[in-house]
Design a protein around this ligand. Structure first.
Ligand code: UDP
Length: 428
């Protein structure tokens, strides 16, 4: 049985925003794809997001049973750091829209800490279970890389919502354990549900043809895909590339735009210059999500040198295209990349060890192909339809629990009413 109506709250990550630039990335992709797959199962999903500068229509239908509804809260250009102050306004406007349309929801699913505040208030007001996916957590980010700064309200709201939510979705056991350790969350309320990938889009293609399309020649290609920000650790890839010695020419392709003011991109470009790699690195900027299979297929290896990834959709997309991944052993990446089978996981942020693993894949006969085949096989279990079915079961179990508690309360009520009636009789 699929849930009839779900409200998704994704205050700052509009599923219509192009991922790979600014603050738009994996969360935007996740919300869109999960909602679409739930819609295909028959659940009506309304995705509530903030009205922002690029909104064309207030309400957009983006697939069977799925709508995106833009809610006004703060100036459309407001930065994510300013949005905490606008949460009550967002909630009020959302409630107004809901009342006007006579909408009811069986479950509220919120994404990220800002949305979780709204999700908690909404779920309590309408008496529906609250499911929350944090995507990243403030305290984990701050522990992962010196220099990460977070709003003071963030860990407070995260802890409060962990205490009040009916179900917390984590992408990995690492994330679940960190919630228990850092926020005192009840691990029994945490369910592990992975991210998914669109297997019909991200699939193996003929490498030579896609290289021709992208204007690439026979060089070995290392690929980075993602927003460019310090937490992604792109400098480590530059340092590793500078250390490599395969006897063949190696090119690094960097897909994605700077997440902030261009500072990190500038820093990485400067480093490439200092390492004499300027001619071997292409910064191609943001690429449409649907065009990314070309890049993953053109590449020999995809590299994820991040300080932290709660999941790491890029690794899964690469693997679905049959391209091995060399990644930092952080966050959710070990749940996707199988060390020595679909790529390598590196425990140390050390250019030499990354360079060794990259050389190994590029230089060992048959290794790239066997890892690529194992990678695709591993990804095949993580299509969005599978992930949505697991999520739908999570919703069902919560709704069933809520119905059972309500029945229990009803059963108790007549007894007390009878007792009161008897007392009243006695009074007469
Ligand atoms: N992405 C994209 N175009 C780009 C760069 C990235 O569509 O130019 C997508 C990428 O395919 C992936 C997401 O952005 O789906 C990044 O997700 P990930 O979980 O790896 O990183 P996050 O952005 O969540 O930190």
């Amino acid at each position: 049985m699929s849930v009839e109506r779900a409200a998704f709250i994704t205050l700052h990550a509009c599923p219509l925003a192009a991922p790979g630039q600014g603050k738009s990335g994996g969360m935007n992709v996740y919300v869109r794809q999960l909602a679409a797959a739930l819609g295909n199962l028959g659940t009506q999903v309304d995705i509530f997001t903030r009205e922002h500068a690029c909104v064309a229509n207030r309400i957009e239908t983006i697939g069977p049973n799925v709508r995106v509804i833009h809610i006004k809260a703060g100036e459309p250009e407001a930065h994510v750091g300013e949005l905490y102050a606008h949460l009550p306004e967002f909630l009020e406007q959302l409630n107004e829209f809901k009342e006007e349309e006579g909408l009811e929801y069986d479950v509220v699913h919120s994404h990220y800490w800002l949305s979780s505040w709204v999700g908690r208030e909404l779920s309590q007001a309408i008496g529906a279970p609250h499911v929350v996916t944090f995507h990243t957590l403030g305290l984990i980010k701050m522990q992962s890389r010196a220099g990460e700064v977070e709003q003071t309200e963030r860990p407070v709201v995260e802890a409060e919502v962990m205490a009040s939510a009916d179900r917390i979705i984590a992408f990995s056991a690492h994330e679940r354990d960190a919630m228990a350790r850092l926020y005192n969350a009840d691990a029994n309320k945490v369910s592990l549900v992975p991210c998914g990938v669109d297997l019909s889009v991200f699939k193996p293609l003929d490498q030579r043809s896609v290289r021709d399309l992208l204007g690439l020649n026979g060089e070995k290609i290392l690929l980075y895909v993602g927003r460019i920000e310090p937490l992604k650790g792109l400098d480590l890839l530059v340092e590793a590339a500078a250390q490599m010695d395969t006897g063949e020419s190696v090119r690094v392709i960097v897909v994605g735009a700077d997440a902030n003011d261009g500072q990190e991109l500038g820093r990485v470009k400067q480093l490439a210059k200092e390492r004499d790699l300027e001619d071997q690195i292409d910064f191609v900027g943001q690429v449409n999500h649907s065009d990314l299979p070309l890049y993953y297929n053109a590449a020999d290896v995809c590299v994820m040198p991040s300080y932290y990834e709660s999941f790491g959709l890029v690794a899964l997309e690469s693997m679905a295209c049959g391209t091995p991944v060399v990644a930092a052993r952080v966050g959710g990446l070990p749940t996707i990349v199988q060390h020595g089978r679909t790529g390598y996981l590196k425990s140390w942020r050390c250019p030499e060890t990354f360079a060794n693993s990259l050389e190994m894949i590029l230089s060992t006969d048959g290794l790239q192909q066997s890892m690529g085949e194992a990678a695709r096989k591993r990804a095949e279990g993580l299509g969005w339809d599978n992930v949505a079915a697991i999520m739908s079961d999570e919703y069902d179990s919560l709704i069933e629990n809520a119905a059972q508690s309500a029945q229990g309360e009803e059963r108790d009520e007549p007894a007390s009413l009878t007792a009161n009636a008897a007392k009243d009789d006695n009074k007469c």
